[in-house]
Design a protein around this ligand. Structure first.
Ligand SMILES: NC(=O)c1ccc[n+]([C@@H]2O[C@H](COP(=O)([O-])OP(=O)(O)OC[C@H]3O[C@@H](n4cnc5c(N)ncnc54)[C@H](O)[C@@H]3O)[C@@H](O)[C@H]2O)c1
Length: 363
């Protein structure tokens, strides 16, 4: 029987890749609510090109109850929600905590209220390894105690987990919390990848933009961390591996997890990569020099974090299949395709891309 899945933030980086994986199964009917705060309408066209199915996104703000209610009335009954929509940049959250509290908390509250109102029985949540705070004794498992949040963004993810736990006292649903490590890479078709509006983005897309000549250089935040080369260590996970984990988590919530139960999974590769190692791999794959210089540490960053993921292996039957090289290769193919086809990029290959959120702040 076909299942109706509501994706919030479906035109964003991880949402769009998850949408593609769900569509490939053939028995999920997906719709999304995404107001393009950090994405573009053309993502729907890209999803359609890959899946051969229609991609329906309603451009509503998930904080707007009336607008949400109107969409959900049209789409009900709904079997599950995968809640991606949120702001996600640690650095930006240090400068604009209130903006992060507003979007990430109010957005989550509205989605939970709709779960209650529309009796949506399964909830999948985008959490993050930031919930662990600062841990030098890596790697971390789901049993590792959560640390004090180091950024407003980290606080929203950690508190979000607690909000879901408590909200379940009055919502008859089960929930799966997925703690992503560092998602990167792009769809193997080269047609879909990371394409944010904000400039304050993750490492791999910045490296790609430098390789492409759209940015002059990469600034590495901190070279004096207690790691093997002094730069931060992260656990990079291919976005397609991550998207597949969402499909498995959804199937687990629907078929196995008792109603009203909650389960948490780490999603990473267990492999720690330093920023300099990622740069070297990118130089090898793109065959371009990536100009970079060492900058100050960035507030909110932890020195090193790496996952233990045996629970996801054991319970969901999930194993990441892609390597760091695959991540960089796919991101590079996507960056070239994006440059050639995006309607919102300047045709020149130099200069940075303006965007609404950074323009307003003069960041
Ligand atoms: N990418 C990462 O590094 C990472 C790591 C850990 C956790 N996460 C979490 O995963 C989720 C998805 O991340 P992503 O990388 O796909 O981010 P993204 O910014 O690419 O996607 C989020 C989408 O949500 C939309 N959105 C934001 N606020 C909205 C609102 N109020 N109403 C409607 N739409 C709204 C944006 O337009 C965007 O398309 C987020 O919750 C993020 O915190 C991401």
């Amino acid at each position: 029987m076909a299942r109706k899945v509501w994706i919030t933030g479906g035109t964003g980086f991880i949402g769009s890749h998850t949408w593609v994986e769900l569509a490939a199964k053939g028995y999920y009917r997906v719709f999304s609510t995404d107001n393009y705060l950090n994405s573009y309408p053309e993502v729907c066209r890209r999803i359609e090109a890959i899946t051969g199915t229609r991609a329906v996104n309603y451009p509503v703000d998930i904080r707007d109850s009336d607008a949400l209610r109107e969409v959900l009335r049209r789409e009900a009954p709904i079997d599950a929600v995968i809640h991606f929509a949120a702001f996600k940049a640690v650095g930006e959250s240090m400068r604009h905590p209130l903006r992060y509290f507003d979007n990430n908390f109010i957005g989550l509250i509205r989605v939970l209220q709709m779960c209650k109102e529309f009796e949506i029985p399964h909830f999948i949540y985008s959490s993050s390894c930031t919930v662990y705070g600062s841990h030098t004794d890596e790697p971390v498992s789901e049993e590792t105690p959560l640390g004090a949040p180091l950024s407003p963004y980290g606080l929203t993810k950690q508190a979000g987990e607690w909000m879901i736990r408590f909200a379940m006292r009055e919502i008859p649903m089960n929930a799966v919390l997925l703690r992503y490590f560092n998602p990167a890479g792009a769809h193997p078709s080269g047609l879909l990848g990371e394409d944010p509006r904000v400039e304050d983005i993750n490492l791999v897309p910045i490296i790609m933009r430098v390789a492409m000549g759209r940015r002059d250089e990469l600034v590495i935040y901190g070279s004096d961390y207690p790691t093997r080369d002094g730069t931060c260590v992260r656990d990079y996970i291919h976005v397609v591996d991550l998207a597949r984990a969402h499909v498995l988590a959804l199937e687990y919530a629907i078929n196995t997890l008792p109603s009203n139960a909650l389960e948490v999974f780490n999603l990473g590769t267990e492999e720690g990569i330093t920023v300099l190692e990622a740069v070297q791999t990118a130089e090898k794959i793109t065959k371009r020099t990536i100009p970079h210089r060492m900058g100050q540490r960035r507030e909110g960053d932890v020195p090193a974090i790496r996952s233990k993921v045996d629970k996801a292996h054991r319970v969901l039957g999930w194993r990441p299949q892609y390597t760091l090289e695959d991540i960089i290769k796919s991101a590079w193919e996507w960056e070239q395709h994006r440059t050639a086809t995006s309607t919102h990029l300047p045709s020149s290959t130099t200069g940075s891309v303006a965007n609404d959120r950074t323009k307003k702040d003069g960041v």
